[in-house]
Ligand binder design. Structure first.
Ligand SMILES: [Zn+2]
Length: 478
């Protein structure tokens, strides 16, 4: 029997507003403990929360970008639980009437395209943080009241690879919208996964576990793969899955049982009496929709049509807002989209990934005009494509332009016939057997001789000229 994994993701995204969700405290990451707090977010008696307008604006923008229907009625609820990092003993959240729902996100994983439905998007505030030390546990309330958006998918995800694709696509969209920095390490994007297995072909869902504590996209993928394997083993051994919350342990690459799962009613949800419900007008929603930027999927289609990029190239280049912008700025100066795309997706992305360069700063590391100049130097045969890789590497690390590097390192292509002829003669002397083959018309043999000249000039000879010169010498024609 084969089992089918069924996965739903709950993603918490911290909105990048300057003040908290319901008070005026700042939201700067990494501040000294308990310096960004006030009576409201500390839950002192007699205070009243006030909704941050920017929070609502970002939330609506995100919901619309995820193709959700935004509700006209905004209502908050209290979600109660006791924990030392929650001074009020409740979180302001949304329960039965979330901000938005019925959305969808298109993904592609393992070459299969799929639509993942989005069940709901709701607004809530964050809790504080416990810091466990040898001397005891400390509490930092700086994170209390940070604006969060919870984005809940339907259980439409069937593999760890699809979950990874969903998160990546979601992150791309959030970055396009400029509503969150989506930094999983800082906790601005957190993901919990509900996962169950069922025999392939069965429609009823199996018993699920909730997996938490994954702090990278790779962590989510690894945790899900582990949990799928674990559940499958339990089922194959004739056991039953326990409904529970499990924590991913990155070091051990395993999930561990944390607690049995609470049911929703344990939270004693009730309407937040301090925040009066209000109406979001159709005009507000329509205006927010109008103001949405071009999103990755639309940009991808445009890049395919406008620049004749393949679907794969277009999706890689459009995935990141800043890479897409850089690409378009380059193409504006030099209209060779496919060539520019190849350099960006190859050597440039390699450098970015290896050196963990923030892609926003790509133009500082490699100014658009420098990349353009380099491509032009290949085009006018000053350097070969192979040498260009060396030039580009030097440009990325040293910040100099291509012409300077070529001059300093003497990398210019040898196009001078006289200089080349001496080397060609040398090769002909050394490769008499191959020379005879060339004379009988073997193209492969000719290519070999060209290769030998390229080797002797360390890639600096112009291969077309070498080709012509050898033909002239051996065959008497070009
Ligand atoms: Zn505050």
């Amino acid at each position: 029997m084969t089992y089918e994994p069924v996965i739903g993701l709950e993603v918490h995204v911290q909105m990048d507003t300057r003040s908290k969700a319901f008070c005026g405290c700042g939201t700067v990451f990494g501040m000294p403990a308990n310096t960004q707090v006030c009576p409201v977010c500390m839950g002192l008696p007699g205070v009243l929360p006030v909704l941050n307008e920017k929070f609502l604006e970002y939330a609506i923008r995100t919901a619309l970008a995820l193709n959700c229907t935004v509700a006209n009625y905004l209502k908050f609820d209290r979600k109660h639980y006791f924990y030392p990092d929650l001074p009020k003993n409740y979180q302001i959240s949304q329960y039965d009437q979330p901000l938005a729902g019925h959305g969808r996100l298109n993904i592609e994983a393992d070459a299969i395209k799929k639509t993942i439905r989005i069940l709901r998007v709701h607004m809530e505030e964050d809790a504080g943080k416990l810091i466990h030390t040898a001397g005891g546990s400390l509490v930092d309330f700086n994170r209390c009241g940070m604006p969060l958006l919870e984005i809940v998918s339907e259980p439409d995800i069937n593999s760890a690879a699809e979950a990874y694709a969903y998160l990546s696509q979601l992150k791309n969209i959030l970055e396009y919208l400029e509503v969150s920095d989506c930094d999983m390490e800082k906790g601005s994007l957190r993901c919990d996964a509900n996962i169950s297995l069922r025999p392939a072909g069965q429609t009823a869902l199996g018993i699920k576990t909730e997996v938490k504590n994954m702090n990278s996209f790779k962590g989510v993928r690894d945790a899900l793969n582990y949990e799928i394997g674990r559940q499958e083993q339990v089922l194959r051994d004739g056991g039953a899955i326990t409904q529970e919350t499990r924590l991913w342990n990155e070091e051990q690459q395993k999930t561990f049982s944390m607690r049995s799962k609470e049911e929703a009613h344990d939270y004693r949800y009730f309407p937040e009496p301090d925040l009066v419900p209000f109406t979001i007008s159709d005009e507000t929603i329509a205006a927010a929709k109008q103001a949405l930027p071009e999103l990755p999927a639309v940009k991808k289609t445009r890049f395919m049509a406008e620049y004749k990029l393949s679907e794969y190239d277009a999706s890689v280049i459009s995935a990141d807002k800043y890479l897409a912008l850089y690409f378009e700025n380059t193409v504006k100066q030099y209209h060779m989209p496919k060539i520019i795309c190849n350099w960006l997706m190859g050597d440039v992305m390699n450098f970015i990934n290896t050196n963990q360069v923030n892609i926003k700063k790509l133009d500082e590391v490699l100014p658009v005009k420098n990349l353009v100049a380099m491509v032009q130097l290949i085009d006018n045969n000053t350097i070969s494509g192979k040498i260009a890789k060396e030039v580009l590497a030097a440009m990325l690390t040293g910040g100099k332009d291509a012409a300077t590097i070529i001059k300093e390192k003497n990398l210019g292509q040898i196009s001078d016939s006289e200089a080349l002829e001496a080397i060609i003669d040398e090769v002909i002397r050394e490769q008499q057997k191959v020379v005879e083959e060339v004379k009988t018309g073997k193209d492969k043999a000719l290519m070999f001789l060209v290769g030998q000249v390229m080797q002797k000039t360390r890639g600096k000879a112009n291969p077309q000229i070498v080709n012509t010169l050898i033909k002239k010498k051996l065959l008497g024609n070009a």
